[in-house]
Write a protein that binds this ligand. Structure first.
Ligand code: RTP
Ligand code: MG
Length: 156
């Protein structure tokens, strides 16, 4: 494989509130698909934080339901590292709607642990730009929040 077709990348994984009773199973998917977890943090987002995280969905009809849902309980954020991690982590998660996932990607995380189109268990960044932004949101490289973050720096 050429360097261009196979890049080691970092992306953000997020276990959403409906799947926080499946943390073990979902993190097992991460490792079984060949990724490494290099940062990890449990947190509860307030509405402003959730809106900042999901700013790309400003104006979408589902935004309010999404913000209600993702602030309804704790979430688990983690940095996923691996070959083509941005694309491959989204493949591991599966289609947005768990019903679609169950027919098209039965081994995916959303097929196995998702509830419905809103409560779909997991998130993955959709581009290099959003991966960088979302990782910085949960794991800031500077400032007071940094002290809460440990990292497996020799794996990145
Ligand atoms: P994500 O960002 O969470 O990884 O999911 P995604 O790319 O597959 O889907 P996206 O279009 O970015 O939507 C973000 C999240 O909003 C909720 N959603 N609800 N009810 C609906 O029609 C609807 N559509 C999207 C889901 O929680 C989705 O993951
Ligand atoms: Mg998305």
């Amino acid at each position: 494989r050429s360097k261009l077709s196979s890049q080691k990348e970092k992306t953000l994984g997020l276990i959403k509130p409906d799947a926080m009773n499946k943390i073990g199973q979902i993190l097992d998917h991460v490792y079984r698909n060949g990724f490494m977890i290099t940062k990890l943090k449990m947190c509860k987002l307030d509405r402003n934080e959730a809106f900042e995280m999901y700013q790309e969905h400003r104006g979408k009809p589902f935004l309010n339901d999404l913000l209600e849902y993702v602030t309804s309980g704790p979430v688990l954020a983690f940095e996923v590292v691996g070959q083509n991690a941005i694309t491959n982590w989204r493949k591991t998660i599966g289609p947005t709607d768990p019903a679609t996932a169950r027919s098209e990607a039965p081994n995916s995380i959303r097929a196995q642990y998702g509830t419905d189109k809103t409560r779909n268990a997991c998130h993955g960044s959709d581009s290099l730009t959003s991966a960088a932004r979302e990782l910085e949101f949960f794991f800031p490289s500077t400032g007071p929040k940094r002290r809460n973050t440990a990292q497996l720096s020799d794996c990145t």
